[in-house]
Structure formats: structure tokens, C-alpha cells
Write a protein that binds this ligand. Structure first.
Ligand code: B12
Ligand code: SF4
Length: 492
């Protein structure tokens, strides 16, 4: 069997980092870990070719070569996935689809021959057995969550890693919390399932031996879901693994309660983590209660963020507007919070109801659904009828983004952050690509850009006050440019 592993394009969104990637001449932020994991579960005699449409074109030669296409996607790739499926069907390929988009809404893809849904560790083996016996069913699904200790090492060599800014690795699946807008607990359960430390080290060795020295994103839903295993086992092992090695800083996703645990913060920083994404959502306790984000209620989250920053971890934040409890005052409170906390990468989205979430069920019951969620948060409207008028929500949202990413506010926030941040011990090696990025930033931001004044102020300030953070300051200046482009493209 000759198999094309296909990953449809991401639209030009906040998380695509498309406008920032140009500066380092990379094509996408990270390779598709789901497909690379599935690849490792296929029979060793099968021939595999990965085409990530974010970095490569799907050619007629590819289609003529293959017998089968295996496609993965998340909701935000819905339309590109449809296009790629149609092309594969036209070329006469057997089409197999899996991953979060299809697990949630497979009925909407009539052209797909077989759906292998949920986690492939459980659903792929019966599909492969039935296919070999000549009688594969249309849909394979499972209500169980597999033991991730059975998950194989992803076949990273199938991806052309040079095209990516970061690569991905997964330690755990599942999250102990229960936010009503989130797909994670329905897809992956409440009990964090963790890989063994030996598995993680083998995966890291695999990447290191391929010559990878850039960032590794631990794509866990909540990395600190099982703190005991982290403290007693994984983090000490990562610290030991680092000895004698260079590069490979880590980032991941965590809940805000990381701020309560000084020991964990120290261990994470020593293990090479320098950035965490935290779902902060809103500074308003009533809205947090509305969406069951209990872990964020009754906290001084600005102080929490600063504590994490001081430990050497940059905080990237996810924020949401459009909760039932929100009034037009929310836009100002979000701005104040984000500016005070110094979260440069602040992704503010309008609440969307994804199928399979409790929020979706409630909106359906209340007759408040407006079509399907796009998965792209940075766009007008969302897909629910808000309690605030749609007009007020869209106008307030636009004003909020304009304000947050305007050079004056954005660069002020970067400085607030750099003042607090303890420089990380582990950094990616500074190579020619990074030096070129500096020159391109001077040209595009420092000479041609609307932000040239703020750019040079930050440039000088960092060199004198926080010289070790200079590369990070330039990276954040480039991110700011990306965020502004996305806002201009999406919010008009
Ligand atoms: C990494 C990640 C990203 C990266 C993606 C990078 C990339 N190139 O893939 C980035 C940061 C870009 C991203 C962005 C977003 N993400 Co995201 N992301 C994740 C995350 C944390 C890990 C994905 C991953 O690699 N998992 C590890 C692999 C091994 O798991 P997997 O892909 O699910 O694959 C398994 C199965 O699904 C299956 N499988 C997968 N593909 C296939 C294909 C076939 C043929 C078969 C047989 C099986 C199969 O087998 C695998 C092994 O079990 C997941 C959460 C999660 N735990 O999965 C969310 C998740 C996928 N993201 C989600 C969302 C909502 C988003 C955003 C919309 C968030 C936002 N607020 O903007 C954006 C959308 C992008 C955008 N706006 O441009 C949702 C998806 C919901 C949905 N139904 O699609 C998830 C599930 C998290 C959540 N909160 O619910 N994300
Ligand atoms: S803490 Fe994050 S991953 Fe966990 S349920 Fe809430 S939004 Fe989802």
C-alpha cells in the first residue's frame, strides 16, 4: 500500500504565525504530530509520504503514486480539508480520515471512505485488520481512552523538519478541569494519561539525533495535570537529559495554578521550559463561573502571571469575550488586564461553540446557534447569538484588538514583560537564520514599518537594560507585526 499522509492548510490566523515565519524563512510553525504518530502504527511494509500542505504542494505525481490518502485536520482546517478530499477522490484514491475535525463532525464528509476516529491507538488496529481481510467498515470509533504508554514514537523523519519553526512532542493527554467551551475533555477525558519518562526521552533523543536544536512544543492539553509524576520523575529526568546538550528550549500549555507551585516552576525552568500558554479567558469572575473555569476564579491573575514570568517562563494568554455575563465594559477590563500583566502574545477571541462541548449543547437548547464554529477565533461574530448585541460585541472586539496590537500598546506590553522576565538558561543556538531575521526586522519594522519608533526604542532599551533578552525582544517585535497583519486581514 502506498499512502499519502495529508495535512490541509491552516488559514492565515493568529496561531498560523504566517507573517512572523517569513522573517526566519520557515513555512509553518510545526509538523502534524497526529499524522506522524499514526504513521508509526501502520504496517512497516507500507510506503509512506507526508504532504503537509502548509509547507508543500500536493502534486499530480503524488496522487498518481498513491493508493490511499490518510487525512488529519482540526475544525479550523474544515474547508481546506474538503478540497483535498475531493482531489483525492477524483484521483481515485481510498480516503481515510481521522483527527479532531472528523471525530466531531464526520457526517459532513460524504466523500470519505473510512473514518478512523478518536485516538488511533484504539481505532486504527481494527480498521487495519478489517482492511486486510477485505471488509473495512465506514466508521471506527471508541468511547475508551487508550493508555498513551502504548503510543509509538512519531516518525519525524517523514517531515522535512527544516521547514518548521518548532516541532511537537506529547507527554500527556486529557485535562482534569471542565471548561464548558473546550473540546479537550470530551475528546481526551478528564484523567491526564501520561507517557513514561523513557518514552519521552526516546522521542527527544530521536529529534536530537535528527539534528533538531530548535524549540520543542509539548502539545499537552495541560502539562501540569499530573504534578506528582512531573516532580518525581519527568522533570528531573529532563534536567539530567540536558547535560552536555545544546539548544531545544521547550514550551507547553498549563493551567494558571502553576503559579501556586514554586517548586514546579523551578523544575520546569531548569528542565528548559521558557514559555507557557495559559487559558486565562477573562478577568471577570462571573464569566469564569459561567464557563466553569473554576481554577481561575478568586485569584489575582496579574500577580500569578508575573510570578510565572519571574520564574523564567513567558506567559502567552488565551482570552475570550462574548460570555453571557459580559457587558461592553468587558473590553476595557480585558485591555487593562493584558497591559498590566505584560502578556505580549495575547490571543483574544470571540466565544465560539464547538460541537461536542457543553457550551454547544446549551446554545442549541436555547436556540442561539448561528452556524458552525470556524475554529478561527480572530474574526467577527463567533457562532452564537450573544446577550450583548452582536453589533456591540463586534465593535467592542474590533476596538479591543486595534488597541492591543497598536504599536504603542503592544511595545509597552513587551517592555512590561521583559522587566519581569528572568532570562532562560536554555536557548536555541543563534544561527544564520536568526541573524537574517534580525536584519529583516530592521528593514521591515525599523525602516519601513509603522512601528519604527517603538521598534528602535525597544531595540535600544533592551540592549542597555536587558541585553540577554535582546533576541527575545526582536522575536516579540516580529510577532507583533504578525498579530497586526492578522487583525487587519480579519477585522475590518
Ligand atoms: C498542537 C495544537 C495546536 C497547534 C497545531 C499545530 C499543528 N501543525 O498541528 C496550534 C497551536 C497551531 C493550534 C491551534 C489551534 N487549535 Co489546536 N491543538 C493542539 C493540541 C494541543 C495538540 C495537537 C496534537 O498534536 N496532538 C497530539 C496528536 C498525537 O494527537 P492528534 O492530532 O489528536 O492525533 C491522534 C488522533 O486524533 C488520531 N488522528 C489524528 N489524525 C489522524 C488521521 C488519521 C488518518 C487517523 C487514522 C487518525 C488520526 O490519531 C492520533 C493518535 O491518537 C490539541 C489538543 C490535543 N491534545 O490534541 C489542540 C486542538 C487540536 N486544537 C484545537 C483548537 C480549537 C485550536 C484553535 C482553534 C485554538 C484557537 N483558540 O485558536 C487553533 C486553530 C488554529 C488556528 N486558529 O489557526 C482543538 C480542536 C477542536 C476541533 N474539534 O478541531 C483541540 C483538540 C484543543 C481543544 N481545545 O479542544 N493547535
Ligand atoms: S483547563 Fe484548558 S484544556 Fe482543560 S478543560 Fe479548561 S480550556 Fe480545556
Amino acid at each position: 500500500m502506498k499512502v499519502l499522509l495529508l495535512y490541509p492548510e491552516f488559514p492565515d490566523t493568529f496561531w498560523s504565525f504566517k507573517h512572523a515565519l517569513q522573517f526566519i524563512r520557515k513555512k509553518a510553525s510545526m509538523p502534524p504530530l497526529g499524522l506522524l504518530t499514526v504513521a508509526a502504527m501502520l504496517p512497516p511494509t507500507w510506503e509512506l509520504r507526508l504532504v503537509d500542505l502548509n509547507v508543500d504542494k500536493l502534486t499530480d505525481d503524488d496522487l498518481a503514486w498513491a493508493d490511499c490518502a490518510m487525512i488529519s485536520a482540526m475544525v479550523v482546517q474544515r474547508e481546506p480539508a474538503r478540497r483535498v478530499i475531493s482531489r483525492c477522490k477524483l484521483a481515485g484514491l481510498l480516503v481515510v480520515a481521522g483527527g479532531p475535525l472528523f471525530t466531531i463532525e464526520h457526517e459532513q464528509f460524504a466523500e470519505v471512505d473510512h473514518f478512523v476516529l478518536n485516538e488511533a491507538e484504539l481505532t486504527l488496529p481494527p480498521f487495519l485488520a478489517d482492511l486486510a481481510a477485505g471488509g473495512a467498515q465506514r466508521v471506527y470509533t471508541s468511547a475508551e481512552y487508550p493508555d498513551v504508554r502504548l503510543s509509538p514514537t512519531p516518525l519525524w523523519h517523514l517531515a522535512n523538519l527544516k521547514q518548521y519553526a518548532t516541532t511537537a512532542l506529547q507527554f500527556s493527554r486529557g485535562c482534569p478541569f471542565d471548561c464548558d467551551f473546550c473540546n479537550v475533555t470530551m475528546l481526551l477525558g478528564h484523567r491526564p494519561r501520561v507517557k513514561t519518562t523513557a518514552q519521552v526521552l526516546a522521542e527527544l533523543d530521536g529529534l536530537y539525533n535528527l539534528g533538531w536544536r530548535e524549540r520543542v512544543f509539548f502539545v499537552d492539553d495541560n502539562f501540569i495535570g499530573n504534578k506528582r509524576v512531573l516532580k518525581e520523575d519527568l522533570l528531573p529526568a529532563l534536567i539530567a537529559w540536558r547535560r552536555g546538550k545544546t539548544g531545544m528550549p521547550f514550551n507547553t500549555e498549563v493551567s494558571i495554578n502553576l503559579a501556586d507551585d514554586a517548586e514546579l516552576l523551578q523544575l520546569m525552568s531548569d528542565a528548559g521550559f521558557d514559555t507557557v500558554f495559559v487559558g486565562i479567558e477573562t478577568p471577570d469572575d462571573a464569566s469564569l463561573a459561567e464557563c466553569s473555569k473554576k481554577q481561575n476564579i478568586k485569584r489575582d491573575m496579574v500577580e500569578d502571571v508575573k510570578r510565572i514570568q519571574r520564574a523564567g517562563l513567558e506567559v502567552q494568554g488565551g482570552f475570550i469575550v462574548g460570555f453571557d455575563n459580559d457587558t461592553p465594559a468587558i473590553f476595557r477590563s480585558q485591555i487593562d488586564f493584558i497591559q498590566r500583566s505584560g502578556i505580549a502574545t495575547a490571543m483574544v477571541g470571540i466565544l465560539q461553540a464547538m460541537p461536542g462541548t457543553r457550551l454547544y449543547e446549551r446554545m442549541e437548547r436555547e436556540g442561539r446557534l448561528l452556524g458552525s464554529a470556524s475554529g478561527d477565533n480572530v474574526e467577527n461574530g463567533g457562532n452564537i447569538i450573544p446577550t450583548m448585541s452582536l453589533d456591540a460585541l463586534n465593535t467592542g472586539y474590533k476596538a479591543l484588538l486595534d488597541h492591543l496590537y497598536a504599536p504603542t500598546q503592544y511595545y509597552a506590553r513587551v517592555r512590561t514583560f521583559l522587566r519581569e522576565y528572568r532570562p532562560p538558561k536554555i536557548t536555541a543556538p543563534l544561527d544564520i537564520a536568526h541573524s537574517m531575521a534580525l536584519f529583516r526586522s530592521i528593514l521591515h519594522l525599523g525602516i519601513l514599518g509603522e512601528e519604527r519608533r517603538q521598534y528602535w526604542q525597544l531595540f535600544g532599551w533592551t540592549l542597555f537594560r536587558r541585553p540577554r533578552l535582546f533576541p527575545l525582544a526582536i522575536t516579540l517585535a516580529i510577532y507583533g507585526y504578525h498579530f497586526r497583519q492578522v487583525c487587519v486581514l480579519h477585522i475590518t
